[in-house]
Ligand binder design. Structure first.
Ligand code: AMP
Length: 191
């Protein structure tokens, strides 16, 4: 399966992605993790990306797109993948569509994790990553609403919305049950 995960910072995408990737036997590709690896290794890409990660801004689309294209060319993605944190803009969504067009295999589902803002704020402040200060978190939430939330309409036909509140395994169960349908259809949009 080829799956995209979307959700505001703190909705638990990364945690869920690790479980779903294991259950479904497909690689978990997190653009945030890829960027953090580049920053740690001090690659030129990492040096360029760092200031965006530090402030909660999005890394420019051309940098992000190139990194994802490279990752999707690796052979472990042939049977599918779980993209966590990409695409985050409409431009990235179009770029992903173009990458997949060239392989003849489209996305099967987009899973949206939702959670109230006070819950996500608590989760992030407890997590303690360097970009998890209150100001940067609030900024990342605004960036999500402005730039990423429009993707939910863009992917309405294959969107599966999962409430990300409650025990981790229960949330994963909701997502897996939703994904086990032959094709994912958003009931709000079904005709
Ligand atoms: P995450 O680990 O998904 O919370 O991402 C951490 C940071 O990495 C974000 O705040 C952005 O600065 C950057 N980032 C991750 N994914 C993307 C993306 N698809 N486009 C642009 N920037 C990204």
């Amino acid at each position: 399966m080829r799956i995209v995960l979307i959700g505001p910072p703190g909705a638990g995408k990364g945690t869920q992605a690790a479980i779903l990737s294991e259950e479904l036997g497909i690689p978990h590709i997190s653009t945030g993790d890829l960027f953090r690896e580049h920053v740690t290794r001090r690659t030129p890409l990492g040096q360029e990306a760092k200031r965006y990660l530090d402030t909660g801004e999005l890394v420019p689309d051309h940098v992000t797109g190139g990194m994802v294209r490279h990752r999707l060319q690796q052979s472990d993605t042939r049977r599918g993948f779980l993209l966590d944190g990409f695409p985050r803009t409409l431009t990235q969504a179009r770029e992903l569509a173009a990458m997949l067009d060239s392989t003849g295999a489209g996305l099967d589902a987009v899973v949206e994790f939702t959670a109230p803002e006070d819950i996500v704020m608590k989760r992030l402040l407890n997590r303690g990553r360097p970009d998890d200060t209150e100001d940067v978190i609030r900024h990342r939430q605004r960036v999500y609403e402005r730039q990423t939330a429009p993707l939910l309409d863009h992917y309405a036909d294959i969107l599966l919305t999962v409430q990300a509140v409650g025990p981790i395994d229960e949330i994963a169960g909701r997502a897996l049950r939703g994904l086990s349908g032959e094709s994912v259809r958003n009931p709000r949009r079904a005709s």
